[in-house]
Design a protein around this ligand. Structure first.
Ligand code: UDP
Ligand code: MG
Length: 320
C-alpha cells in the first residue's frame, strides 16, 4: 500500500479553499480503495503567508476532516518556495506526493492516471495541459513564447506543464539535494533524470478569486527560469562583441577606400573606426567577465552532479 500526500500551496485562497478541500477529500475517498492507497494518505495545505482567512479554514478543517493537514509559513515566499516547503514536509511521511494549485484549475481527476504510472515504475509524472483555451490570450501568448525561448537557450522543460505533478519519494529526496535559492522547479525536475511520463488534461477556469500571479511575479518567475539554468546570454554578449570587431575591420577597409578617394573630411576615418573597435572590445570584455561570473554563479549553487536511480547490492550468499 502506498501513501499519497497531495501538496497544495495557498496564498489568500479563502474564496476557493472550502470547495477545494471538499473535492480533494472526495477524490481521496474514491482513490484509496480503487488504487489501493494507504488510508492515512493526506492533503497538506501550505499557507504561504496569507493575509485572509486561509489559515483559519485549514485549521477548522483539520479538526473535522481526517485528510487535512497544514503548515503555515511565516511570510509570503512565493509559489515555488511554498511548494518546496510542502514537499520537504511530506518527504518522510509518504511514498509519493502530488502537487496541485489551490484553485483546482488543473483537473484533479488526472491524479488517478498519475498513480497508475507510479505503480508502473515512474518516479515523476507530469500533468500537461492539452489546451490553453481557458487562459487569456495574453497569458497564453507570453507563456508559449517563454517556453520556446527557454528551449532555444538549451533549457529542458516540459511544454505546457505547470507545477501539477506526481513525484516519488526517491525523486523528492533527490530534489532536497538542491541548495539553491533561485527556484524554477519546472526546469529543475526534468534535469534530475528519472523515469517519467505525462498525463494530459484540460485546464479549467479559476472557479473563484483572482490569479495570485501578478504580472510582476510572472516576469520575476520567467527571469528565474532563464537565469537559473542558462548562462547562454553571456555567450551571446561575447559573440556580439566579436561581431562588432569584425564589422569594424570591414569598416576599416571601407573608410580607407573613401579617404584615398578624398571623399571625407579629416578626422572622420579615425573617429568611425575607434567607435566600432572600442565598442567591440568593450562588449566582448564584458561578456568574458560575465562568463567567469556565470561560472562562479553555477559553482555557488552546489548542485548535485548525479542521482543514483537503482542500486544492485552484492549477490545473495544463498545463491551459491
Ligand atoms: N501561490 C502561492 N504563493 C504566491 C502566489 C501563488 O502559494 O505568492 C499559490 C496560489 O495560492 C495557487 C498557486 O500558487 O495555489 C497558483 O497560483 P494562481 O492560481 O493564482 O496562478 P495562475 O493559475 O493564475 O497561474
Ligand atoms: Mg490558477
Amino acid at each position: 500500500m502506498n501513501k499519497l500526500a497531495i501538496v497544495v500551496p495557498c496564498y489568500n485562497e479563502e474564496a476557493v479553499l472550502r470547495s477545494t478541500i471538499e473535492s480533494l477529500s472526495l477524490l481521496l475517498d474514491e482513490m484509496i480503495p480503487e488504487k489501493d492507497l494507504c488510508p492515512d494518505s493526506y492533503i497538506l495545505f501550505v499557507d504561504d503567508g496569507s493575509t485572509d482567512r486561509t489559515w483559519d479554514i485549514i485549521s477548522e478543517n483539520n479538526k473535522t476532516n481526517k485528510y487535512v493537514r497544514g503548515i503555515k509559513l511565516a511570510g509570503n515566499v512565493g509559489h515555488q518556495n511554498a511548494l518546496i516547503a510542502g514537499l520537504m514536509e511530506t518527504k518522510s511521511s509518504c511514498d509519493m506526493a502530488i502537487s496541485i494549485d489551490a484553485d483546482l484549475q488543473d483537473d484533479e481527476q488526472a491524479m488517478k492516471e498519475m498513480i497508475d504510472y507510479y505503480n508502473r515504475g515512474c518516479d515523476i509524472v507530469y500533468g500537461v495541459r492539452s489546451s490553453r483555451e481557458t487562459d487569456t490570450f495574453f497569458k497564453r501568448f507570453t507563456a508559449q513564447t517563454f517556453y520556446r525561448f527557454q528551449r532555444k537557450l538549451g533549457i529542458d522543460s516540459i511544454y505546457n506543464h505547470a507545477d501539477y505533478r506526481l513525484m516519488s519519494k526517491k525523486a523528492i529526496e533527490a530534489l532536497s539535494e538542491y541548495k539553491e535559492r533561485n527556484l524554477f522547479l519546472r526546469g529543475l525536475i526534468p534535469s534530475m533524470g528519472f523515469k517519467y511520463e505525462c498525463v494530459y488534461y484540460e485546464r479549467k477556469k479559476r472557479m473563484a478569486g483572482v490569479s495570485k500571479y501578478t504580472p510582476r511575479k510572472m516576469i520575476g518567475f520567467a527571469l528565474d527560469g532563464i537565469t537559473s539554468f542558462s548562462v547562454r546570454p553571456m555567450s551571446i554578449i561575447v559573440a556580439s562583441g566579436i561581431l562588432m570587431i569584425i564589422v569594424s575591420i570591414i569598416a576599416l577597409g571601407y573608410s580607407i577606400f573613401r579617404k584615398v578617394r578624398g571623399e571625407v573630411v579629416p578626422g572622420w576615418t579615425s573617429l568611425m573606426l575607434s567607435v566600432w573597435i572600442i565598442g567591440g572590445i568593450l562588449t566582448m570584455s564584458i561578456g568574458v567577465v560575465g562568463q567567469y561570473v556565470a561560472k562562479t554563479y553555477i559553482e555557488t549553487k552546489e548542485r548535485p552532479r548525479y542521482f543514483v536511480d537503482e542500486k544492485l547490492t552484492e549477490a545473495d550468499d544463498e545463491k551459491d
